[in-house]
Design a protein around this ligand. Structure first.
Ligand SMILES: Cc1cc2nc3c(=O)[nH]c(=O)nc-3n(C[C@H](O)[C@H](O)[C@H](O)COP(=O)(O)OP(=O)(O)OC[C@H]3O[C@@H](n4cnc5c(N)ncnc54)[C@H](O)[C@@H]3O)c2cc1C
Length: 420
């Protein structure tokens, strides 16, 4: 559909990126009556936001960057199918990002990121509740918590400092074992001796369907979609514009860059540079009949989760720091599926659909939300890494406030696009 901006129209807000971040920004702005056009080269909720693990991970406040993580680097590079892999040929390109990631794990920086993430998560929960209510998508929410699983006392004990950090932010959880564990998930392999139940963790029935339903809500309020690739952004004293892949141009008073793992390429066209990498993730979605999974199961030691969706049973996660150009390596989906078969004896692993998505990740585990340092009229909203679904409604609300010139609901300085 082509309902886009003409060259002579300068009163509109343009959003680049029809993933969950762009969709939520469009919905929040359309609610205020502002004219919005969203541009995406593939469609609405067709990329990373379509196939993720569907969690509203409000308690997931711990930044990934920790000093200890880097000790695992040799192991990661050596095991191409492990929870975190780095193709050796990509290592030289990745090195500057890894260096920033390592520095972000310094205790003071880690604490700042933890507090920022906790404030964002609090807002995320409130904003999702409001947006789902207003958009009529509340029925897509599953409030059955999550169950994190451990295979040994040592693994359980290693998790305790992380839970203690969550105590500081009032996040509820309960360690379980024996019959309590078996009740929360019948049929688990006995190799899992302990678990942690997090009641406040939520999932959605299917992330792609949620994205499309939210877009329908935004479109009902007047938001428009134009299917087009955006080649560059232009900003001058005369205004801002998008140059599309077909060579045509669209004017807009404000432009929001919410292009996920590709956002840095657009930012570069106006002179802003971001150390954006992609943590590629893999999964397989089986028919729902594959196993009766009661709630999201988290196997942190193996870097993957199992989520019961209305559209199937999704098994996957893991991280591959491999950039945006390398073809997918579906051996990774298969490796996770094989593990899931051992963890849930009796799992029917047939008829699965494999998928890979690009988590857009900045080295300090926080997104970039704010006005462009390099140009007037441009707002950035990307880099949500593992938490883009969880933080999308909050990001939409924050972007709306930035565009309308209102004070944001939380301190945005830790998320500043200027911080790199
Ligand atoms: C395996 C996996 C599991 C995950 N599980 C969860 C989870 O349970 N909970 C959670 O909160 N998060 C999860 N995530 C992370 C989450 O999926 C992402 O953070 C989120 O989808 C990012 O959304 P986005 O809108 O920024 O990007 P995307 O969904 O990738 O959207 C970006 C859009 O921009 C478009 N685009 C890019 N460049 C251009 C251009 N130049 N012109 C036009 N269009 C362009 C693309 O076509 C795309 O549609 C998971 C990710 C993976 C990979």
């Amino acid at each position: 559909m082509n309902g886009g901006l003409g060259d002579d129209i300068t009163s509109e807000i343009a959003i680049v990126g029809g993933g969950i971040i762009g969709i939520c920004a469009a919905a929040c702005l359309a609610e205020t009556g502002r004219p919005v056009t969203l541009f995406d080269r593939t469609g609405i909720c067709e990329e990373t936001s379509s196939g993720n693990a569907a969690a509203f991970a409000f308690s997931d406040v711990l930044p990934l960057a920790q000093k200890g993580m880097m000790r695992n680097l040799p192991k990661w590079v050596a095991d191409p199918l492990g929870p975190l892999s780095i193709p050796p040929a990509y290592l030289p390109k990745l090195a500057p990002w890894l260096w920033r990631f390592w520095r972000a794990g310094a205790p003071d920086k880690y604490e700042t990121a933890l507090a920022a993430q906790a404030s964002m998560m609090k807002l995320a929960e409130t904003e999702w509740s409001g947006l789902m209510q207003r958009s009529g998508t509340r029925h897509m929410l599953h409030e059955d918590g999550s169950l994190e699983l451990y295979e040994s006392e040592a693994e359980f004990h290693a998790s305790l400092p992380g839970w203690a950090a969550r105590d500081r932010f009032g996040i509820g959880y309960r360690h379980v074992e024996g019959t309590h564990l078996a009740e929360l998930q019948p049929g688990l392999s006995p190799r899992f001796t302990k678990g942690t139940f997090v009641p406040g963790w939520k999932t959605v029935s299917d992330p792609k369907q949620l994205g499309k339903a939210l877009w329908a809500y935004a479109a009902g309020l007047g938001a428009r979609f134009e299917q087009a690739g955006v080649d560059s952004i232009e900003a001058s004293a005369d205004g801002t514009s998008l140059k599309l892949a077909d060579g045509s141009r669209r004017m807009a008073t404000q432009i929001i860059i919410a292009a996920g793992a590709w956002s840095h390429l657009l930012a570069k066209t106006i002179g802003d540079r971001f150390p954006l990498e992609t943590e590629r993730g893999y999964n397989t979605t089986l028919p729902s009949s594959a196993f009766d999974v009661k709630r999201q199961l988290i196997f942190s030691g193996h870097g993957f989760v199992i989520t019961p969706l209305s559209t199937g049973l999704r098994i996957g996660g893991a991280v591959e720091l491999g950039g945006i150009e390398r073809p997918p390596n579906y051996a990774r989906s298969k490796a996770l599926l094989a593990k899931a078969g051992r963890f849930l004896p009796g799992l029917d692993a047939s008829d699965g659909r494999e998928w890979m998505g690009y988590r857009p990740s900045l080295p300090d585990s926080l997104p970039a939300i704010g006005k462009a340092p390099g140009a007037q009229g441009i707002v950035y909203a990307f880099g949500h890494g593992h938490l883009g679904l969880t933080q999308a409604a909050a990001t939409g609300g924050l972007v709306r406030d930035l565009i309308l010139g209102k004070a944001p609901a939380i301190d945005l300085s830790p998320f500043s696009p200027n911080r790199f």
